[in-house]
Design a protein around this ligand. Structure first.
Ligand code: KG4
Ligand code: ZN
Length: 340
């Protein structure tokens, strides 16, 4: 089965074509047109600007992926598109394009949840993952621990009560004037810094639940810059390393505790913040020492941040169950939560 995936929920216009056969998934071609350069001058994503750029890029990106795959429309079995959550004007570009192709090419359509896409990226390298699986989803808008007992079944175990982990990275980068997108900039700075120099709080780490809170952590960074350094001669590398360690400590501690409680066989790390090297390394180390026999799956870097391959993979699982949407009724839903 050949699936075309389309993703336009934020600042990447992406298309991907995958082949799924008896559970094994291969990427035939994929293309991403990033808007980072455009949004950099504003210090963050401007929704209207993002949508306009998606309009310009979407057909060339799909045409490129189709040409690279050497496929004709008749070779495609289904079209999968992110229909939420995300920026409404950005989402609508992908959804309208997918609906148009579905109508014109007479192909089934699948409207997909972006977070489900992030999770499903793990099946690219590991087609036979054993359940139950615990997913730590960390992106710009989401921080959630999700339990999967089978494909397509998602149970919320914990979530952030305020800012998402990625949002905290982006806000700290802004305070330090490191630029956009913040997460990768903080990571690079942190490499030269001392993670023990500043004792930032580890919010909710000892609470008897699996929820998170990152807004206070950002405020601690703000107070430090104001009080101790009066915004001058800031040791940015040490601030980044200490902040990053605080975020990683909380994410890892809660994930390990949840994995023990629910007796899972695998742990998936997903979403843009899953690209963070310190998080990847620390979670791997803790799983090895605390959870013998539990597998650890994290997609390669290009499939952690937003991409259309993850949407095509999630689409493949829906297509297997003939779980299709209709081009007549599918609409973008900017607030669609995978789990409540
Ligand atoms: O999943 P994603 O690409 O888009 C959303 O669905 O939100 O995640 C974007 C988030 C941003 O907050 C970005 O700063 C963060 O992921 N991010 C990182 C890294 N790479 C991306 N955060 C920390 N370290 C990184 N290396
Ligand atoms: Zn994402």
């Amino acid at each position: 089965m050949i699936i075309l995936g389309i993703e336009t929920s934020c600042d990447e216009t992406a298309a991907s074509i995958i082949r799924g056969s008896r559970g094994k998934i291969t990427v035939i071609s994929h293309a991403v047109s990033s808007q980072i350069k455009t949004h950099r001058r504003y210090g963050g994503v401007v929704p209207e600007v993002a949508a306009r750029q998606h309009v310009t890029s979407i057909i060339p990106v799909i045409a490129y992926a189709m040409a690279k795959a050497k496929l004709k429309p008749s070779d495609i079995n289904a079209i999968a598109v992110t229909s939420g959550p995300g920026l409404i004007t950005a989402l609508r570009v992908g959804v309208q394009t997918a609906k148009t192709l579905s109508y014109a090419w007479h192909k089934p359509l699948i409207g997909l949840n972006h977070i489900e896409g992030h999770i499903c990226a793990s099946w690219l390298k590991h087609p036979q993952l054993k359940f139950p699986i615990l997913c730590l989803v960390v992106s710009g808008g989401h921080t959630e621990i999700i339990l999967m007992r089978q494909h397509g079944q998602y149970q919320l175990i914990g979530r952030t009560r305020d800012d998402a982990a990625g949002e905290a990275f982006d806000k700290v980068a802004k305070l330090l004037k490191l630029g956009y997108p913040g997460g990768p900039k903080v990571q690079v700075m942190a490499r030269q810094g001392d993670p023990d120099r500043f004792a930032f709080p580890r919010p909710m780490i000892r609470d008897n639940n699996f929820d998170f809170s990152f807004a206070g952590l950002k405020t601690s960074v703000l107070y430090l810059l104001k009080r101790e350094f009066h915004y001058k001669k800031i040791p940015s590398a040490d601030v980044c390393a200490s902040f990053q360690q605080a975020v990683v400590d909380v994410l890892v501690a809660k994930t390990i505790a949840a994995a023990k409680k629910f007796g899972v066989r695998n742990i998936i790390l997903a979403g843009g913040v899953a690209a963070n090297e310190q998080l990847r390394k620390t979670l791997s180390k803790e799983i090895k020492s605390e959870l013998r026999g539990v597998g650890y799956i994290v997609p390669s870097l290009e499939f952690c941040t937003d991409n259309a391959t993850m949407i095509a993979v999630a689409g493949y699982f829906h297509a297997l169950k003939k779980d299709f949407s209709s081009w007549e009724t599918l609409e973008a839903d900017p607030n669609w939560e995978l789990v409540n």
